[in-house]
Design a protein around this ligand. Structure first.
Ligand SMILES: [Zn+2]
Length: 467
């Protein structure tokens, strides 16, 4: 989130000479790029600016499945910008304003919304772009990555955005690289509840509707943003300075005690993880449990979502532990590129192994040996952990081999160095984005050990490593 003023100004001087003369080019203004440079998802995200904040106002009518949105984005130009792109899939744009003035826009491809301000935006300028839009948002059914985006439920909808659902319900710079703070104001029929990331701010009834306000004050990648609308049983608690919001679809909650148990579990897991990983990186927690038929839980920032369909029962511990571990690995410290997703999933899966051991189950070593005993032809050995390929970011390769790699590193370094390394890594990159290369270099510098062999064997080479 820093603006490279000096560097970019030098680039600009050069482009003054090279660029042919036109209204924009004469003063060195050029369009921001239409992608953020991720090789797996080239159209996701955009270039030329950095978002600082999303102010998201939504009104949702569940019966009509209709969404009306008004989003104000505060951003900083990273170059002299003649125009720039946002990502938005479907929906109809009604108006776009830049710094309060009407701007032109055009739509192209499956998710490019190009904004053309009346006047170019100079490098370093902080500006706002306000977009009004509406329509029936849809989900993305991607094979093999599964369903994401605006998922409708029997009584509302839940937005799950990993890896690319965010653009189905708001205009966004949809790359994990561009973290921002968020506020949400969500209007729904007053018998329903609207939830989002972060802290609950207020609920105000207006006639037959109610406006629910939430805010996420720590930087968040768009893939981790979340909205949930429905008939929820909600338990809000505050302890140790941490707000916790537990929400179960009313058809899944058979008693208040059930929500209390979930809240207790969340707090117990976070207490244990804080000892291992350092201070919890956010100011609120909790969980949302609803029947979504997507077949996964997701580490939405500050408040995971679980797809669940058993009334009276809570999601199992391993799911709760996994998604809460992601609050450190993935949410606070986030891979800038999708190929590095093992930095999330390897550690979250390994945390499940540690939880099992802590509670008298299999030791982490036993989990490791069991995973490693998969036959040479097993899926887990196919592909390269540090670059699994677009269609394989949610494969066993990433989760199981990822966890095995974490265990191999732990054994190489010893417990004392390993756990201090985790806390140092998470502390140094809190709220930032990272790569495998950075982790490799950080681990070597921190431990004073040469780890090229270990990373080559586990992270950069396919096939079953010999023990
Ligand atoms: Zn995960």
């Amino acid at each position: 989130m820093t603006v490279p003023r000096l560097l970019a100004a030098t680039t600009l001087a050069a482009s003054l000479v090279l660029v042919p003369v036109s209204a924009d080019a004469a003063v060195g203004y050029r369009p921001g790029s239409a992608g953020a440079g991720d090789p797996y998802f080239p159209k996701m995200g955009n270039g030329g600016y950095d978002v600082g904040h999303y102010g998201i106002r939504l009104e949702y009518a569940p019966a009509a499945k209709h969404l009306t949105g008004s989003v104000t984005i505060t951003a900083t130009a990273l170059q002299n910008l003649s125009r720039f792109n946002l990502d938005l899939r479907g929906l109809t744009v009604q108006s776009v304003r830049v710094d309060g003035k009407a701007a032109k826009w055009k739509r192209s491809g499956f998710q490019e919304l190009t904004v053309i301000p009346a006047k170019g935006l100079p490098l370093g300028k902080k500006f706002t772009v306000a977009i009004r839009y509406s329509g029936r948002p849809g989900k993305i059914a991607d094979e093999p990555l599964g369903s994401s985006g605006w998922i409708t439920t029997s009584d509302g909808a839940v937005a799950l955005n990993q890896p690319f659902g965010a653009a189905t319900w708001f205009p966004v710079n949809d790359t994990p690289k561009d973290k921002a703070t968020y506020t949400f104001a969500i209007t729904v029929p007053k018998k329903l509840t609207a939830l989002a990331n972060g802290e609950f701010v207020s609920r105000k009834v207006k006639g037959a509707k109610a406006v629910h306000r939430w805010r996420m004050r720590q930087p968040m990648s768009s893939e981790l943003s979340m909205v949930a609308i429905g008939d929820y049983e909600v338990l809000r608690t505050r302890s140790g300075g941490l707000q916790s919001v537990t929400a179960f679809d009313s058809s899944l909650a058979t008693s208040k005690k059930q929500l209390k148990n979930y809240d207790k579990k969340t707090r117990a897991v976070l207490k244990w993880q804080s000892k291992l990983f350092g201070p919890y990186p956010f100011t609120s927690t909790g969980g949302i449990v609803d029947e979504l038929n997507v077949g996964y839980s997701l580490e939405t920032q500050g408040r995971p979502v679980h797809d669940w369909n058993t009334p009276g029962q809570n999601p199992p511990d391993d799911l709760v532990v996994h998604e809460l571990a992601h609050q450190w690995f993935g949410d606070s410290v986030t891979p800038a590129k999708w190929r590095d997703i093992w930095l999330n999933e390897g550690f979250a899966t390994y945390t499940e192994w540690m939880w099992l051991e802590r509670n008298g189950g299999r030791t982490a070593e036993q989990s490791f040996l069991t995973a490693h005993s998969a036959g040479a032809g097993a899926d887990v050995w196919k592909g390269v952990l540090g670059n699994p390929g677009r269609d394989h970011i949610f494969d066993n390769l990433v989760y199981q081999r990822g966890a095995m790699t974490v265990h191999a590193l732990r054994k190489e370094l010893g417990d004392d160095v390993f756990f201090r390394l985790l806390r140092a890594w998470l502390g140094s990159y809190r709220g930032k984005t990272v790569s495998t290369k950075q982790f490799h270099a950080f681990a070597e510098k921190f431990s004073g050990k040469q780890l090229d062999g270990l990373f080559k064997k586990w992270v950069y080479t396919a096939g079953r490593p010999e023990l």
